[in-house]
Design a protein around this ligand. Structure first.
Ligand code: NDP
Ligand code: HSE
Length: 434
């Protein structure tokens, strides 16, 4: 017999850790949609306390709700569910551990924590019949984590690629549309509040790395060691690269990519990628995120939506909270789905793909021949080329290659860089086909 009926609803007590962008958004959604949530859970949600850092900040709620003593929340015997909305690994991890130790279900939006400690924390929750959900950790409001855990779980996923960071997608979209350079657009994104003052997490690909690690773990059932994931950000992309991507029929996106090479061995990577203009991911712009995958039965599938911001992220946190409430009300088992540890991820040197290469050269007879011969000796074949003369007897050449091994490509461009006719390797990038 369920513990709650409409005549006698169960009250579920919730403690918040954090009341910033996501915490405030989540609180607002729980207040605005209180009837909707009651209808769907048969439970009344009572927010009993909110943990914050700075007690002197002005808040939109009565001060009695707030405390800087986070431990008092995670150890409070009256609280059923803890929402961890602080971020970072250390304090958040300590609080999630304590909350589970004290029998509380946990919902978190924390990608760093789940990417690093997800396997251990989920197993711990499972052993205690508690829920630990983290939909908001990947793709903000996009419901992709639950979809991969449940509805898509019967598929053999052949490849998964995501635009998983709103800030970098906004920067790349504007660089392309306006011919603007990276530093100027980053400064604008910071003024608009899209990029944080310390933009490293976003711009250098850490945020995308955490998110693709989580998606890989759910999809393939084991946690990937973050140190095995190849990671590059978008700082080195120039307006010229945007121009040649357009000429060759591609767009440049920062992608998190994972694919299974053999059982228990993946290739997981984060880097700027040229993606054909015909691919669905090429049309995801501005701060939008998207996850595209190819499953053996479902085929090509893409989820897209707002990957950041208080409201979309609240949608994911509240969705997880509703799942927990239903479990409590119906006296079900915790529905955390565990994954193990020890997935291998191959080094990037073993990647086989196509590449884009842009060189500054001496604009004289024989230059092209020397370059193509040098690349060819390393089994790097060319499939497209654009050339133009610059001032001072120099020229610029951009190539696309056939599929080759990264190891060979890197060795080949080192040799090309040593040719007298090549004055500079301006840039190179990996090119995705599907
Ligand atoms: P904010 O910086 O806006 O808010 C963080 C909150 O945590 C604040 O209320 C802050 O307190 C509190 N906090 C921070 N450090 C401490 C501490 N040492 N002790 C007590 N409280 C502390 O972060 P967001 O809301 O943006 O992000 C929260 C989580 O959600 C992160 O894991 C983030 O990665 C994730 N996320 C964020 C998204 C977004 O769009 N912002 C999207 C998806 C996930 P105080 O208010 O006093 O400063
Ligand atoms: N900084 C992240 C982004 C927030 O730009 O996408 C969402 O995780």
């Amino acid at each position: 017999m369920p513990s709650s009926t409409l005549a006698n609803p169960r009250t579920i007590k919730v403690g918040f850790l954090g009341f910033g962008t996501v915490g405030e958004g989540t609180h607002r959604m729980l207040s605005d949609n209180v009837d909707e949530i009651f209808r769907k859970t048969g439970a009344k949600i009572n927010i009993t306390s909110i943990g914050i850092k700075d007690a002197s900040k002005a808040r939109c709620l009565p001060s009695e709700l707030f405390t800087t003593d986070l431990k008092s929340i995670v150890t409070d015997p009256k609280i059923d569910v803890v929402l961890e909305l602080i971020g970072g690994e250390e304090l958040a991890g300590e609080m999630v551990d304590l909350a589970l130790d004290h029998g509380k279900h946990v919902v978190t939006a924390n990608k760093e924590l789940i990417a690093k400690q997800g396997s251990r924390l989920i197993s711990k929750a499972r052993k205690k019949n508690l829920d630990l959900h983290f939909e908001a950790a990947v793709g903000g409001g996009i419901p992709v984590v639950q979809a991969l855990k449940h509805q898509l779980a019967g598929n053999d996923v052949i490849k998964l690629m995501g635009i998983l960071n709103g800030t970098t997608n906004y920067i790349l979209t504007r660089m392309e549309a306006e011919g603007a350079n990276f530093a100027d657009v980053l400064a604008d994104a910071q003024k608009l509040g899209y990029a944080e003052a310390d933009s490293t997490n976003d711009v250098d690909g850490f945020d995308t790395m955490y998110k693709i690690a989580i998606l890989a773990a759910i999809t393939f059932g084991k946690q990937v060691d973050l140190s095995d994931i190849h990671r590059e950000g978008i700082r080195s992309i120039g307006t010229e690269d945007m121009h040649y991507a357009e000429v060759f029929g591609y767009r440049i996106k920062l992608l998190g990519i994972c694919e299974e090479i053999e059982p228990d061995t993946l290739m997981v990577r984060v880097h700027p990628t040229m993606i054909p203009r015909t691919h669905q991911l090429a049309h995801v712009d501005d701060v939008f995120n998207a996850v595209w995958l190819k499953g053996d039965f479902v085929g090509d599938l893409m989820f897209s939506g707002r990957g950041a911001g208080g409201d979309p992220t609240a949608s994911a946190v509240v969705g997880d909270l509703i799942d927990v409430c239903r479990n409590i009300v119906n006296e079900g088992d915790g529905s955390a789905i565990p994954y193990g540890e020890g997935m291998k991820s191959l080094p990037i040197s073993e990647l086989e793909t196509r590449y884009y290469l842009r060189l500054e050269v001496q604009d004289c007879p024989g230059t092209l021949g020397q370059i193509s011969t040098t690349l060819g000796r390393r089994k790097v074949g060319l499939t497209a080329m654009e050339m133009k003369s610059k001032v001072g007897g120099l020229g610029e050449i951009a190539f696309l290659t056939h599929v080759c091994r990264e190891e060979d490509f890197v060795a080949a461009i080192e040799e090309v860089g040593n040719l007298d006719c090549v004055t500079k390797i301006e840039s190179w990038m990996r090119v995705e086909q599907s």
